[in-house]
Write a protein that binds this ligand. Structure first.
Ligand code: XIL
Length: 396
């Protein structure tokens, strides 16, 4: 007998709070730079030729310790982003104490391998240090703290790494699924204008740096369905959802998307320095949404959009991997094609380097994983094979 458990987006994302990052680890500025001589692979070369930013979220620890990870991170991608190295709890673990060791290492790795770097993330409700999350602040104090943090982080990167930096996620996940503001410490203590203030401070700190609002699309999470046997073993689920609820791609029909659109419209009208919208693209649904349709309001506002955290999890266990990996390839290709075909998008970042490092098992009690285009041995999966002809066609 089996029970059917639905992992709703709200539940899944609520778990994030429990997934803290580890404390900043060893090394200092004299730390030797991890390097690899791996030649650029066809996927990276095709992305380069197409003027496409094809990237991966990386972590400092495996860059230090895992030569295969380094070879893949440098060989397959022309862009990197910081999976956790620029989260508040890593960067300012104690009041006034800044730690850029992990972020500096990632920036130096990108530089050494001719890659660009997306900065992620300045103002978010998760991965805050305890002193901040459980602190008591007045509105003015928290505004001053946020301004100081943004100036310090962007000031550091502007001084040391301006040559590699592409753009930055300034505010992440400000909305709930129903389009209301998420009651983060920023929202509760500062109020609605924390978003506008964050963008203004970022622009003050680094004029000319493209600044993004980043969020997950909500609809990509809700169809995730997991059959769990009574003995606890997960059963194949992703393909079973075929033909279920169609994915919405009309922004006006998705309350969170409508709220993001209204916010961006208001910010642009008020002259607030915002330059793009990042769709996280954690696609747990059986198909990708139509990102061109979802994004059709963005270009008329004079903004750009990007796929900033692309992945598509499969159920783990002794399952029909081939079916899920084939679906995953369609998902990756559909999302990437939407970006490539849009004049307002040129950036596709997958959330991790290979399946050995995807965040999904941690998020889903080990039920889901294998969410990326390379397997845990670093071998290209059908998703990578599906991207190559798209990149090659875009290069012509
Ligand atoms: C995730 C990391 O991948 C995990 O290692 C960490 O434990 C929690 O955060 N949306 C985001 C990312 O914007 O920063 C999150 O990254 C995934 C969801």
């Amino acid at each position: 007998m089996r029970t059917v458990v639905r992992l709703l987006g709200a539940l899944a994302l609520a778990l994030l709070g429990a997934c803290g990052s580890s404390a900043p680890d060893g090394g200092d500025n004299a730390e030797p730079l991890p390097h690899t001589d791996a030649p650029p692979a066809p996927l990276r070369l095709a992305a380069d030729r197409a003027g496409l930013r094809w990237g991966a979220a990386v972590s400092a620890q495996p860059l230090r310790e895992d030569a295969d990870y380094r070879a893949l991170a440098a060989g397959q991608f022309n862009t990197l982003t910081t999976e956790n190295a620029l989260k508040f709890s890593v960067v300012q673990p104690a009041p006034g104490v800044y730690d850029f060791r992990d972020a500096d290492l990632i920036a130096a790795f990108a530089r050494a391998h001719g890659q660009k770097l997306r900065g992620h993330v300045l103002v978010w409700h998760n991965q805050l240090p305890d002193w901040l999350a459980s602190g008591t602040f007045t509105r003015d104090e928290l505004i001053a703290l946020m301004r100081d943090y943004i100036h310090t982080v962007l000031g550091h990167f502007r001084r040391h790494h301006a040559d590699v930096v592409l753009e930055w996620d300034v505010v992440n996940e400000a909305f709930e699924a129903d389009g209301s503001r998420r009651p983060s410490i920023w929202q509760r203590v500062i109020g609605d204008d924390y978003v506008e203030l964050a963008f203004r401070f970022a622009h003050e700190a680094w004029p000319g740096l493209p600044l993004y609002y980043n969020d997950f699309e909500e609809n990509t999470f809700v169809i995730l369905e997991s059959k769990i046997a009574l003995d606890g073993s997960p059963q194949l689920t992703r393909p079973s959802g075929i033909g279920a609820t169609p994915l919405l791609s009309d922004c006006g029909l998705i309350p969170k998307c409508a709220a993001i659109r209204d916010l961006a419209t208001t910010l642009v009208a008020a002259g607030v320095p915002i330059h793009g919208i990042g769709w996280q693209a954690h696609i747990a649904s059986v198909a990708a949404p139509d990102y061109q349709k979802l994004s059709e309001w963005i270009e008329p506002l004079g903004l750009r959009w990007a796929l900033t955290e692309l992945d598509a999890p499969c159920p783990l266990g002794p399952l029909d991997d081939a079916t899920c990996h084939a679906l995953q390839a369609q998902t990756f290709a559909s999302a990437a094609r939407d970006c490539i075909e849009s004049p307002a998008c040129d950036t596709v970042i997958q959330w991790g380097v290979h399946d050995g490092y995807t965040w999904w098992p941690g998020l889903s009690f080990g039920l889901f994983g294998e969410a990326l285009a390379f397997d845990a041995d670093g071998q290209p999966k059908p998703a990578a094979a599906a991207l190559l002809p798209l990149f090659e066609a875009a290069a012509r």
